[in-house]
Design a protein around this ligand. Structure first.
Ligand code: VGL
Ligand code: ZN
Length: 191
């Protein structure tokens, strides 16, 4: 078995996307097996802490009545409302104190699927001397996809942990994987 720590190199950051209660079974916008990513990401988080790899954890963090909600003409049921239980990280996700939270979805006028969308994350990663982001989380065909594509646009190398993500829909996942690969991301299941 490959140790996660052997895979890290200098310039890496681990980016965990939106592993929140509402995206897991029982939540407001549940993704099938969404919680299955938690133990896998915990291994990566533990390894990142040991290897001193910077750790960024994003969260979808909507105001009540956000424009992305169906009642407001958006695509989604209300989810990840600021400070609600559904917006909390999955209770089993190991979130170290020094992890940096990236908050998105707070804008009133537009949605932000990508953790890079008007968050300043690319600038922050460059300041941290990061050259490659290792990504996992939810959902593969929505926020993970947008985050990976933006990371490539910002010229970061990307390793998507393909066993540490799940799509909203199977077809969406297939399409997203193709797009992410074509954008130059490496998609790999590492064990
Ligand atoms: C997401 C749908 C709506 C996600 C966020 O984090 O993938 N999906 N808002
Ligand atoms: Zn959202």
């Amino acid at each position: 078995m490959t140790q996660e720590s052997e895979l890290f190199r200098s310039g890496d950051a681990l980016l965990v996307v939106d592993v929140q209660n509402d995206f897991c079974p029982g939540g407001a916008l549940p993704i099938e097996d969404g919680d299955a990513v938690v133990p896998i990401l915990n291994r990566w988080i533990t390894a990142a802490v040991k290897a001193d790899i910077p750790l960024y954890i994003s969260r979808d963090w909507h105001p009540a009545n956000h424009i992305s909600f169906e009642e407001q003409g958006g695509d989604w049921p209300p989810h990840c409302i600021q400070d609600s239980n559904g917006a909390r990280f999955h209770p089993d996700l190991r979130v170290p104190d020094h992890a940096i939270t990236v908050t998105k979805g707070v804008r009133f006028d537009k949605d932000q699927y990508s953790a890079f969308d008007q968050t300043g994350l690319a600038e922050q990663l460059r300041k941290d001397a990061v050259t490659r982001v290792i990504v996992g989380g939810l959902a593969e065909d929505v926020c993970v996809r947008a985050t990976v594509l933006d990371a490539r646009k910002a010229q970061f190398e990307v390793l998507l942990l393909s066993d540490a993500t799940r799509p909203v829909s199977a077809e969406g996942g297939e399409k997203a994987r193709k797009e992410m690969r074509e954008a130059g991301a490496r998609l790999e299941r590492i064990e």
